[in-house]
Design a protein around this ligand. Structure first.
Ligand SMILES: [Zn+2]
Length: 113
């Protein structure tokens, strides 16, 4: 990545930065985490899940932050919207990482603005 950037002119770097920034998601949609599905046992004493027939799959969002991780249950009704938020956030943050690489290259050339 940074090797490619070194080959670009300053004008190209500014244009690339603008193009990358245009693809960054609406910050209001930011939802960091990873969705995953899991099968669960319930708390009933006599249930088919005790014989290995687990309930689910249920969807969970794992959130990492402040040195710990927690897992939230995601209700069926909001799986689609939560999934969309997580996806645009991942894409947006990948773009911001690329923008930072461009800015580092501009800084290296003392052309950061
Ligand atoms: Zn059960």
């Amino acid at each position: 990545m940074s090797g490619d950037l070194q080959a670009l002119s300053e004008r190209q770097l500014y244009a690339l930065r603008t193009r990358l920034a245009a693809g960054v998601h609406d910050p209001q949609l930011t939802l960091r985490g990873a969705l995953h599905q899991d099968m669960r046992q319930c708390s009933k004493e006599r249930c088919r899940c005790k014989e290995g027939e687990l309930h689910g799959p249920y969807t969970y969002l794992s959130v990492y932050g402040e040195g710990r991780s927690r897992t939230l249950y995601v209700p069926q009704a909001v799986i689609e919207i939560a999934s969309a938020h997580v996806q645009v956030t991942r894409q947006g943050e990948a773009l911001m990482l690329e923008i930072s690489q461009v800015n580092l290259e501009l800084l290296r050339r003392r052309a950061l603005r």
